[in-house]
Design a protein around this ligand. Structure first.
Ligand SMILES: Nc1ncnc2c1ncn2[C@@H]1O[C@H](COP(=O)(O)OP(=O)(O)OP(=O)(O)O)[C@@H](O)[C@H]1O
Length: 281
């Protein structure tokens, strides 16, 4: 297990302190998505964020990436305030971000090439990462010739080759079938172990969150969502995602966290239903 708070003198990898995020809706009205949000992620920590639909999980990631600025409060990465697009951050989303007109090798080597790494070195590194994600032999394939799971592996290699200090993942595996998803989770854990970036992993799936993470952060229902509770997951590593869910400790954690999450999911559901009824009347 690794520390969930940084040691003395070591900045957190990510720190959101007293963050409020307001948007302007299409009707021109302000909408407070997040309010007084405090989240700290230590270097090398795997943090999963769960919460009801629309509560602000993705918004939290965009604040860390620098794609959005907070309306109040502060966001810092490795002790540096986030003022623009944050360097050293990798992203993985539900939709594939790989380039359909490039081969696997060109997709994976694109990051280093873009950073000015010599072509020969970039291609050698890309071949190494392609092998690590289990795609040796597929270097010359195009994305449309690969399965969904294989495309996720390309996206992982594409990120990890850049050795990001922070990896932001927004439901990266939710479009995959159940078996491929479990397999990808295992692969993610062993690949994460190679370079140990701090990870923020957004998911709707509490089992997935517990199986992967060191810490599960539960957000409240929006508007003005904030952190409801933070649960340390002290399950031993290495973990086999499909097996760990049968362990007593896992089941206990699941019950405890679901108790906190259920109230928020119910609240969000009631709010959505009321809104629909108001719109219909
Ligand atoms: N650019 C924007 N303009 C206006 N409102 C926005 C914008 N981005 C997000 N929101 C609103 O902020 C709230 C939080 O959105 P966000 O996508 O972060 O939630 P989420 O928890 O990731 O949702 P889901 O679980 O459904 O993926 C939602 O009500 C959303 O409509």
């Amino acid at each position: 297990m690794h520390a969930t708070s940084p040691g003395p003198g070591l900045s957190p990898a990510i720190e959101l302190a007293g963050v409020t995020k307001q948007f302007t809706t299409d009707g021109g009205l302000p909408y407070t998505a997040l309010k007084d949000l405090d989240v700290r992620v230590a270097p090398g920590e795997f943090c999963a964020v769960v919460g009801p639909t629309g509560c602000g999980k993705s918004t939290t990631l965009t604040l860390v990436s620098g794609l959005e600025r907070p309306s109040a409060g502060s966001v810092a990465v490795h002790g540096e305030p986030v003022t623009g697009i944050t360097p050293g951050v990798g992203f993985m989303f539900q939709a594939d971000a790989i380039l359909p007109w490039k081969t696997v090798l060109d997709n994976v080597s694109a990051g280093p090439r873009f950073r000015g790494v010599a072509k020969r070195t970039a291609l050698t590194d890309a071949r190494d990462w392609i092998r690590r994600v289990g795609l040796a032999g597929f270097e010359d394939r195009y994305p449309h010739q690969l399965s969904g799971g294989m495309r996720k592996r390309v996206a992982l290699a594409q990120n990890l080759i850049n050795e990001p200090r922070i990896l932001l993942m927004d439901e990266p595996f939710s479009a995959l079938d159940v078996q491929t998803r479990a397999k990808m989770s295992d692969e993610l854990l062993s690949l994460w172990d190679l370079t140990r970036p701090a990870v923020v992993f957004v998911t709707h799936d509490l089992e997935e969150a517990i199986a992967l993470a060191d810490t599960v952060v539960v957000l409240t229902a929006g508007p003005a969502a904030t952190v409801k509770a933070r649960f340390p997951i002290d399950l031993p590593r290495p973990r086999v995602v499909q097996e760990i869910r049968f362990e007593r400790q896992f089941v206990d954690l699941y019950q405890q966290i679901w108790e906190a999450l259920r109230a928020e999911v119910d609240l969000a559901y009631t709010q959505t239903t009321q809104l629909r009824e108001q719109e219909a009347s």
